[in-house]
Ligand binder design. Structure first.
Ligand SMILES: [Zn+2]
Length: 141
């Protein structure tokens, strides 16, 4: 189903229903266009404890031009840190990793999506699970 936007004709000021991303001919003879609205980027992460030694982290995204990602797990107390890095080009995708954590408490799970093509080379979207309060906050899978 097509979405419509109400756009006023620049020539005669008549409001017209125009398909989003398309255009329509006004009665006065001029074309009236409705700009396409880019879809909102989304990124979701989940984390659960698959076993006493394993954390399962999942990430999915859409409309985000990423070239790779990284998962960090901070344990409590902060003695060890685990991370996984991957390359994956695409505006949408998903990734699931089982990360060995050696029985530690999972304090913070951080997932970054990078875009290596960005001029600054540091742009990413980030999601975090946990509060850094030294308490495990993820549930069994
Ligand atoms: Zn018009």
């Amino acid at each position: 189903m097509k979405d419509f936007a109400t756009v006023r004709c620049k020539q005669c000021n008549t409001p017209l229903q125009v398909p989003v991303g398309g255009k329509r001919l006004c009665a006065c003879g001029s074309w009236v266009a409705a700009a396409a609205v880019p879809p909102a980027p989304t990124m979701d992460i989940t984390a659960c404890r698959a076993s006493s030694d394993t954390v399962r982290v999942g990430v999915s995204w859409s409309h985000l031009p990423s070239t790779g990602g990284q998962i960090f797990i901070n344990t409590a107390p902060l003695e060890s840190k685990y991370d996984v890095v991957w390359n994956q080009k695409g505006k949408q995708g998903s990734r699931s990793e089982d990360i060995f954590i050696d029985g530690d408490i999972v304090d913070i799970v951080t997932v970054n999506l990078y875009n290596a093509k960005d001029p600054n080379n540091i742009t990413f979207e980030q999601r975090v699970i946990g509060d850094g309060n030294n308490v495990e906050e993820i549930l069994p899978c």
